[in-house]
Write a protein that binds this ligand. Structure first.
Ligand SMILES: Cc1cc2nc3c(=O)[nH]c(=O)nc-3n(C[C@H](O)[C@H](O)[C@H](O)COP(=O)(O)OP(=O)(O)OC[C@H]3O[C@@H](n4cnc5c(N)ncnc54)[C@H](O)[C@@H]3O)c2cc1C
Length: 505
């Protein structure tokens, strides 16, 4: 995957089968699907892949215990199948994760035990592990810092866990291998209509302000919380379509929850579930759900959200976590759809995502969740084929492996030529220098933040330590991308400016 090559192809190819706007889970999933069906596919992302919501998830591949509590059985069942396919097709960055739900009354033990037994039952042949009741002694053995006062035992069950932004990058690699052309830092600024149908768009290469015009038979808007803004390029009467809701996470040192088992708190004050999940040698705590009036690509955690998580976590554990103990905080925006825009040809599917097709054949897909990205992609590409008369072919992604960079020839050659690149970037993180070089040469990393936040997860784990690595990474990038000292300084300053957003100060 090489940006220069992608731009060259954009200049050469005048007509695409399909253009996808948005390089998060939804857009990249659609690109993998479309390209693997043999469609001539272009994907445009305004920033970097996964810079939006897709890097800010709880990192669970799950059926949604919460949806079960709401009685949404079909959604859970279908998500459990997708969970199985996800873990099967991306084994290098996802795994089965055991969860324990501690119970403090016998009623809870029966209630949650039965509920999670049903959860496993619904998975049927796609089950990834048996739900079990645990004694108090066993819960304490597996989760030494669980609150023991009134503890009556627990329920063990399984879901999946993954690395969200790495998944996006590896999906971009996979789509490219299937023939798609993928471009980051490519912002769509307008749509073009001919004979009453959307048939092209204009985008700006934001790294050098160059403008491009491209045409396609089908255009898919997969821009998450930005979906409404893009729909307005097609129909300026669209409004009040998306209601963004913010969720935050705290990242803490493993000492605060020394267990390989994730904790699920089944009912918070606002009736949600809260998780403490081991992730990349740290612990993620989250999440919250608060409507927000504006859309920001780097949303800020609210003080009340931070306190909410600290209070709930401390209620269920014995090792008290304080504000000052938090390494990192990150916030993401859920694109919730308000379904009152009935003026359009809308097909609200019986899932948690929505596909809209305007009278001009402009296709928008939004909502859903990471776990079901593959199914969402299958549906939207099916719709695009039917609506825009694209060559028909069947979806093959339920058996398509997502590329593991470490298995590629490029990675192996780089390692063979430079064995010294196995040196760690920083002793606190498992990432190596080869990850930096590979990201620049083959994963379209263009800025230092692409490496610190998304090709590696250093900034999400410990922003202050990650910031100390910025000059080293900027220097390597400057050499590889022919940038000067001023660029290095600007890049480091940009990372410094992110610190107050990702730390509690
Ligand atoms: C707090 C939180 C926790 C979550 N946890 C989980 C979880 O554990 N498991 C799970 O399955 N799901 C989870 N989800 C849901 C999941 O993260 C989202 O469903 C998914 O990431 C949405 O992806 P997307 O591609 O639709 O949106 P995004 O990731 O936001 O991608 C949209 C992209 O479009 C780009 N874009 C916008 N405008 C333009 C333009 N003009 N030109 C080009 N590009 C443009 C944006 O820059 C952005 O990168 C969670 C969500 C939140 C908020």
């Amino acid at each position: 995957m090489n940006r220069h090559e992608s731009l060259k192809k954009v200049k050469e190819i005048s007509q695409w089968d399909i253009i996808i706007i948005g390089g998060g889970a939804t857009g990249l999933g659609a690109a993998v699907d479309a390209a693997s069906r043999g469609l001539k596919t272009l994907l445009l992302e305004q920033y970097d892949f996964a810079k939006g919501t897709s890097s800010k998830a709880t990192k669970l591949v799950h059926g949604g215990v919460r949806y079960l509590a709401q009685g949404n059985v079909s959604l859970v069942k279908h998500s459990l199948r997708e969970r199985y396919i996800f873990l099967k097709n991306a084994p290098h960055l996802s795994h089965k994760q055991p969860f324990i739900l501690p119970v403090y009354t016998l009623f809870q033990k029966v209630f949650y035990g039965f509920g999670l037994w049903i959860y496993e039952l619904l998975a049927g042949k796609y089950s990834i592990g048996n739900t079990k009741l645990l004694s108090k002694k066993k819960v304490v053995e597996l989760m030494p810092t669980a609150q023991q006062k009134h503890l009556k035992g627990g329920v063990l069950y399984y879901d999946g866990q993954f690395d969200d932004t790495r998944m996006c990058v590896d999906m971009a690699l996979t789509a490219t291998k299937q023939g798609a052309v993928i471009l980051n830092y490519a912002q769509v600024v307008s749509l073009k209509t001919q004979d009453g149908k959307v048939h092209g768009l204009t985008f700006i290469d934001t790294l050098n302000q160059q403008t491009y015009e491209v045409a396609a038979q089908a255009i898919v808007n997969a821009t998450g919380v930005y979906a409404e803004k893009i729909m307005q390029m097609d129909d300026d009467t669209i409004k009040d379509f998306i209601a963004p809701a913010q969720g935050i996470h705290l990242v803490v040192h493993r000492d605060f929850f020394p267990s390989d088992f994730a904790l699920i708190i089944p009912k918070t004050n606002d009736g949600r579930v809260l998780f403490a999940v081991p992730w990349l040698h740290y612990i993620i705590l989250g999440t919250t759900d608060n409507p927000v009036p504006t859309i920001d690509i780097e949303p800020h955690a609210m003080e009340k959200e931070v306190q909410f998580i600290l209070d709930h976590f401390n209620h269920y554990t014995t090792k008290v976590l304080q504000r000052a103990d938090v390494n990192a905080v990150f916030a993401g925006l859920r694109p919730l759809v308000k379904l009152k825009n009935a003026g359009m040809k809308t097909s609200a599917l019986p899932r948690d995502h929505t596909i809209h097709i305007s009278n001009t054949n402009f296709i928008t897909i939004t909502g859903g969740k990471w776990t079901t990205y593959r199914f969402m992609a299958e549906q939207v590409i099916d719709k695009a084929i039917a609506t825009c008369k694209l060559p028909d072919s069947k979806c093959i992604t339920d058996n398509l492996l997502i590329i593991n960079p470490a298995d590629t020839k490029e990675y192996k050659d780089l390692l063979q030529q430079h064995p010294e690149l196995t040196e760690r970037i920083h002793p606190d993180f498992h990432y190596q220098l080869i990850d930096v070089y590979y990201a620049i040469r083959y994963e379209m990393a263009m800025q230092v933040e692409d490496i610190l936040l998304r090709r590696t997860r250093m900034f999400f784990l410990n922003p202050r330590v990650a910031f100390s690595c910025a000059p080293k990474i900027a220097k390597i990038m400057a050499q590889e991308l022919q940038k000067d000292d001023q660029w290095i300084q600007q890049q480091c300053q940009f990372i410094k400016d992110l610190l107050p957003i990702y730390t509690l100060g």
